[in-house]
Each structure stands twice: as structure tokens, then as C-alpha cells.
Write a protein that binds this ligand. Sequence first.
Ligand code: FO1
Length: 324
Amino acid sequence: MEAMKQIQQLNQLNIVALAGGVGGAKLADGLAQILPPEALTIIVNTGDDFSHWGLNISPDLDTVCYTLGGLANPLTGWGRLDESWTVFEQMEGLGAENWFRLGDKDLATHLERTRRLRAAEPLSSITRDFCQRWGIRPTVLPMTDDPLATVVDTVEFGELTFQEYFVHQHCEPTVRGFRFAGLEAATPAPGVLAALEKADAVVICPSNPWVSIDPILKTLKHQELFASKPVIAVSPLIGGEALKGPAAKMFKELGFEASALAVARHYGSLLLTGFVLDTVDSALAEQVAGLGIVPFSTNTIMKLSDNRRQLAEDMLHFVQRLSV
Ligand code: FO1
């Protein structure tokens, strides 16, 4: 009965989640298991978007949507479940670039997205329609409908487009900075600012702070929207390592220690009200508190669907505590 009451209260929260790829998608899925669809908006990074084989690819949007729709490949985290690779193999046979793998089902998404973008339909409108067709009920929004590209400045190659760095070069080059091409002209997609205004709290998912969350924060350009409500980030670093991707490597190469504490410092107390650390990092809680950010330790590893739900529930309880 007591547990039922708590869930009912959690149900009444209105949440905006900021998400990149796999980590963001998993927490968004946990939140979607608890919150009513009208109380959850997920704002997704589009800085990874690029053109490949003449198609517009939006990797993070697709990872979030496929995950929420139960369509994601659980082994990679990106791409489709039960995928086939006929077109990819035929393209390879014709000498096409093969460093970025596109499966047959996934290709349908890119073909239709590209067709509609060329017909001047905005990315946010295409995403809304795809979500409806895939049975996804929370609102998923690209951070912007405008072109914005994350560029990675590397010691070995100079500037690389994000997917060149991430997939083609396997995140191996040494990072010395980032640039977000198109940032000045980019405005938040329709619905983004309204969702933030309505939200009781903003959740920053355990995505890469440098290349998944920073582009969203920089595109919003309306940090005052955050000032009146709790903003809570979940650390993507656990015991100094990222579960997936180059976040820890980036912190080190940019001259910082790779730790949950460094993530909390990166966002800072002007943005964050609360910070969720994994239990293995609970010894850092005191130092997070020293930054003026309320720490909370729990299990943040989301291997199973139940773990996603549990982390979302823990987060929402934390939001409630910070809201009073
Ligand atoms: N990541 C890879 O490491 N190799 C790939 O071939 C690859 C293909 C791919 C196709 C569609 C898609 O939506 C994502 C894909 N990803 C691939 C993942 C993606 O590049 C990154 O995970 C994100 O951009 C980082 O969040």
C-alpha cells in the first residue's frame, strides 16, 4: 500500500530527460515504464547526425526511438533487433564505404527520413510521425531541426566529423577539443522550450557530457529555464570508466581525471541541483556535496529492463526529495 502510494506520487511528476545514445535511451526507457506518456519528454542530441551513402542518419534519435519502441538491437544498443544485412553486403560488393554499418530495417528509417527532409519536412515532425507508427507514446524531440554537427579536434588528424572519429577511427585519436558547427544559427526544435517550461525537473541521462549532453545544453541557449527547477544528472562514469564509449578517455585527454566527480564538476552547481553516482563511487559523494550539488548513490548499471525501471524510480524519488 505504502509502495503504491509512492508510485502514484512519482506518476504525477512531469520530466524532461536530455539524452544521447545508448545510456540515455536506457534511462529514458526506465522513465517511460513509470511515468504516464504525457509526463515525459526526451530531448535528444542531434550533433552525431551525418550523411552517409546520401542518406540522413540520426543515430541518437534512432537509438532512443528503437529502445522505447522495443525495436533496438540489445547487443549493440544501436540499430534494429533481428536485423538483416542484404543491402549492406550488396553495397560492399559494389565498392561502397563499409565503415558504418546500416542494416536493412534501419535503412528503411534513413530512406524515409531522407525523403521527407528533402521534401522540407522538419526532423521533429518526422520523428513525431515515426514514433506514432512505432507505438512510442512519450514525446521524443530532436534538440533542434537545424543542422548542427559535432566536430572532434584531434592531435593526429585535426578536425574529424563525429562519426569519422567515433566509428571510422574507433575513438582512437587523441582529443583536444570540440566544435559544434552550426550552433550560432541553431534554435531549439518546436516543443523543446514548452516542455522545459512545463517540467517539474530535468534529468540529464548517463550520456557522454562532452559530445552528447553539451550540444543539447548549448543549443537550448535558455539556461534560465533550468534555474527554477531541480536538474539532476546521472554519472556516465562508474569507477572512472564509461560502460560504453569514449567519455573516460575524453576526460583524460582533455586534462581532467576520469571520475564521477569530474562529471559533476563539468556540469557544475550553476546547472545541477543533484547528482547520481553509482554505489561503487559512493565515497565521492562528500566531494560532490562540497561542490554545492546534492549527491545520491545507487545502482546505475542498466543491464536489464528492471534495472532501467529501478534507476528511474530511484531518480524520481530523488527529484521529489529535491523538490520540497
Ligand atoms: N556504431 C558503430 O560503432 N559502428 C557502426 O557501424 C554503427 C552504425 C550505426 C548505424 C545506425 C545508427 O543509428 C547507429 C550506428 N552506430 C554505429 C552507433 C553510433 O554511431 C554511435 O553509437 C552514436 O553516434 C554515439 O552515440
